[in-house]
Design a protein around this ligand. Structure first.
Ligand SMILES: *Cc1c(COP(=O)(O)O)cnc(C)c1O
Length: 407
């Protein structure tokens, strides 16, 4: 690597569409929870590529699985099948301990597109014409997934959409009951809203959604693209809410591949066979390298006890943050290793920058919320290091914001 941070930022800006702006840092290398930029600075990675690098960086199990699979066969397409995809689907069904079927895709958005097509086909067969989703929710950027996305600022520039999607306030069980009738094909919900700022549902809401769907026959679709695979200390976040019940459809991506692109749509019971031959497909879906990576992730989470670990480190991290008394900090929300620092004002971008200068990568997910979604292998010592550094980071952010206001 010969190019430095500044050079790469300039070239990025000149070569790419401006949809991301210019990201603050190029990352060139990672090891565990540490990453290095192109100038050689090290950071503690507390965002893991948006809740993706669940085993951290360069985990030997992931390196081994991907290297040996790419050397064996890297791609088969859906014209043929491969053992890693079969093993992965079987493993997911095993973890879910339910009668279900899997479709493999390459991203979260694509997993939701599959779920949406299932819902549409189900709706046509049963005379159901509309969908329900939550305000401020995020389900992806393709036109189908975007039509379900409640965040108006990203949805509205690309509307109108072909689907009748009715948005309800997130977490209001009465509003949901009123919105879901026997004409509703499906309800799409995140068990905790990730992009909205790691906003958990009130106790009992997801179970109430399950009941409304049971009563009306609408499908309950749990978008667990961000929340599953150990992020909250459970394999799936719905397990905290539903006991032994399940959603009708579950979508997965992000942490499942540990950094390799993969998405999965799981449909339970009779919904597992809604798609007939020819109804859906993907050239790369079921790719053996991505599937081998996902298997390594699932094996490692189980083998290293990372569900309990994420729950424990997350609890202590949250307790440490809660104990900080600072005028910029209003508290912390979330579960497991998925948290948001809630700020007293719209200062998240300055906190993110101050954290970066202090050697910590975090994410200003909302103007007043900073997201933490570190690798599940984050140690107690690493979590402690962030908690210890946080008061000074908040001081710096408060000073920077003050300077901006007075200049
Ligand atoms: C990230 C995310 C998506 C979109 O996933 P991509 O892999 O970016 O397509 C959809 N739903 C939720 C809840 C997400 O967090």
């Amino acid at each position: 690597m010969t190019s430095g941070n500044d050079d790469l930022r300039k070239r990025f800006e000149a070569a790419f569409m401006p949809n991301y702006g210019v990201p603050p840092l190029p990352l060139v290398r990672g090891e565990g929870c540490r990453v290095w930029d192109a100038d050689g600075n090290a950071y503690l990675d507390l965002i893991a590529g948006i809740a993706v690098s669940s085993l951290g960086h360069g985990h030997p199990a992931l390196v081994r699985a991907v290297s040996s699979q790419v050397a064996g066969i890297a791609h088969t397409s859906n014209l043929f099948l491969n053992e890693p995809e079969v093993l992965l689907a079987e493993r997911l069904l095993d973890l879910l301990d339910a009668e279900a079927r899997v479709f493999l895709a390459n991203s979260g958005t694509e997993a939701n597109e599959a779920a949406l097509k299932l819902a549409i086909k189900y709706g046509k067969a049963t005379g159901r014409s509309y969908l329900v989703a939550a305000e401020n929710g995020f389900h992806g950027r393709s036109l189908g997934a975007l039509s379900l996305t409640g965040k108006a600022s990203i949805r509205e520039p690309f509307g109108p959409f072909a689907r009748d999607v009715r948005f309800v306030p997130y977490g209001d069980a009465d509003a949901l009951k009123a919105a879901v009738t026997e004409d509703c094909a499906a309800v799409f919900l995140e068990p905790t809203q990730g992009e909205a700022g790691v906003v958990p549902l009130p106790e009992g809401y997801f179970a109430a959604a399950r009941q409304v769907c049971d009563a009306t026959g609408a499908l309950l679709v749990a978008d667990e693209i961000q929340s599953a695979i150990g992020r909250t200390g459970a394999w799936f976040a719905f397990q905290h809410e539903l006991g032994t019940a399940t959603p009708d459809i579950l979508t997965l991506a992000k942490g499942l591949g540990g950094g390799l692109p993969i998405g999965a749509c799981v449909a339970f019971g009779p919904h597992g066979t809604i798609f007939a031959k020819g109804d859906h497909g993907s050239t790369f879906g079921g790719n053996p390298v991505a599937a081998a990576a996902a298997l390594a992730v699932l094996d490692t989470i189980a083998g290293e006890g990372l569900l309990d670990h994420a729950a424990e480190v997350g609890e202590r991290l949250a307790a440490g943050i809660t104990a900080i008394d600072h005028p910029l900090l209003d508290g912390v929300r979330g579960r497991g290793l998925w948290r948001a620092l809630v700020l007293t004002g719209d200062r998240a971008a300055t906190v993110e920058a101050a954290a970066r200068d202090a050697g910590f990568l975090v994410n200003a997910v909302q103007p007043d919320a900073v997201r933490l979604a570190p690798p599940l292998v984050l140690t107690h010592e690493q979590a402690r290091a962030f908690v210890d550094a946080l008061p000074a980071i908040l001081d710096t952010a408060a000073e920077d914001a003050g300077r901006k206001e007075t200049s």
